[in-house]
Design a protein around this ligand. Structure first.
Ligand code: NAD
Length: 356
């Protein structure tokens, strides 16, 4: 009997390399914790589109949604573009199709990793809204031309309420493991009407969650504080495009994209993927840092465990976290962190470090 069905989309570039790495760690955990996971592989990628013109459809996404969760590598190649001139990326389509409104992006400075900007004690969760904003696909009121093109930022009360509920409950859950329990909204309500509504709903939800502290900064000052004073943040919540940018600033604080996992979730669906892209500059060399993908797989187990009340998943997720932490502290170091280890060496070290 299978406990969980996982749909796997390796994607482009280093996507398949880091997915292989995460699967090796997951398989090791299955044996240790008596989990039976069945993986179904789906070959959607920008490369497939380039070769055949085939891209993910609504029917494909409905089929994929029969799985309990999706493990996603990375998709997109800068030179592969659809008819509108935009890059191919099933991640954007899945967020819209499944209504994945929150992207959880934990960012921690692990022991043994030096912050490129010498930041200390960074431990924050960036929650990026991922179903609306300027990625909502509502597009132009007018067809783009060579002279002018526009994108519309849309924010709805319903999504804000769900998003802020997630932010405050994540802050409450994080407080149990020692963080302050605090939510900051990054927004631009001085200039964008959509953000005036977002701020209003934030104030309402914050008032209902007054056991958790809250703050609001304009995105421009808030982005500066991420670099000058990152300790002021516990949970950051923000709209789609701001979240896209600040989550990568946050990743940069703690050593880069190679150690930054993410989970795009709503109450029923979850797509787990690293924050990084397909990294075409290092693809095929076996040197990608698999840490972000491995941590994303751990987030998947944690999410599955919470939904089903399955303690085995929670324990497996915790073991992966600990094994990654000990590898970063004293194991082989990937090249993006200043070491010389290749992907396989890092994965082997993580597997060796899994608690017995
Ligand atoms: P990228 O994240 O792929 O790479 C940025 C830099 O970080 C590169 O120098 C790369 O080598 C490095 N890097 C990224 N992940 C790494 C890892 N695991 N180990 C070591 N180094 C790593 O971003 P980009 O270059 O702007 O985009 C490349 C392609 O990926 C584009 O086509 C873009 O659209 C796509 N993309 C996809 C996703 C996704 O699938 N969710 C996210 C972002 C970008």
């Amino acid at each position: 009997m299978t406990d969980y069905e996982i749909a796997v989309i390796p994607g482009d570039g280093i996507g398949p390399e880091v997915v292989d790495a995460a699967l090796a760690v997951l398989k090791e955990c299955e044996a240790r914790y008596g989990l039976k996971i069945n993986y179904t592989f789906h070959d959607f990628s920008a490369d497939l589109y380039r070769r055949t013109g085939r891209k993910i459809t609504a029917a494909d996404m409905d089929e994929i949604a029969k799985a309990d969760a999706v493990l996603f590598g990375a998709m997109g190649l800068p030179d592969v573009r659809g008819p509108e001139g935009l890059e191919l990326g099933a991640q954007v389509e899945m967020r819209a199709h499944y209504g994945l409104f929150s992207s959880l992006r934990p960012v921690r400075l692990f022991a043994g990793v030096e912050s490129p900007v010498k930041a200390k004690n960074v431990d924050m969760l960036v929650i990026r809204e991922t179903s609306e904003g300027m990625f909502a696909g509502l597009g132009d009121e007018h067809e783009p031309s060579d002279e002018s093109a526009s994108d519309r930022m849309t924010i709805t009360r319903a999504t804000c309420e769900k998003l802020f509920d997630v932010a405050f409950s994540q802050a409450r859950a994080r407080r149990k493991r020692g963080t302050p329990g605090h939510v900051t909204l990054l927004h631009k309500s001085n200039a964008l009407r959509s953000n005036v509504l977002m701020e209003k709903v934030f104030d309402e939800v914050a008032a209902k969650n007054d056991d958790i502290g809250s703050a609001k900064f304009y995105i421009d000052a808030g982005a500066m504080y991420m670099v000058t004073d990152p300790q002021r943040y516990d949970v950051i919540v923000t709209e789609n495009i701001f979240g896209d940018i600040v989550s990568e600033i946050a990743a940069g604080l703690v050593g880069g994209l190679g150690v930054a996992p993410s989970a795009d979730v709503n109450l029923t669906h979850g797509v787990f993927q690293p924050s990084h892209g397909s990294a075409p500059d290092i693809a095929g060399q076996g040197i990608a840092n698999p840490t972000a993908m491995i941590l994303s797989a751990a987030m998947m187990l944690e999410w599955l465990g919470e939904r089903r009340g399955d303690d085995r998943c929670a324990k497996a997720a915790q073991s992966i976290q600990e094994a990654v932490e000990s590898t970063l502290a004293s194991g082989p170091r990937a090249r993006d962190l200043g070491g010389t280890a290749n992907t396989r060496e890092v994965v082997d070290a993580v597997i060796d470090a899994l608690p017995a």
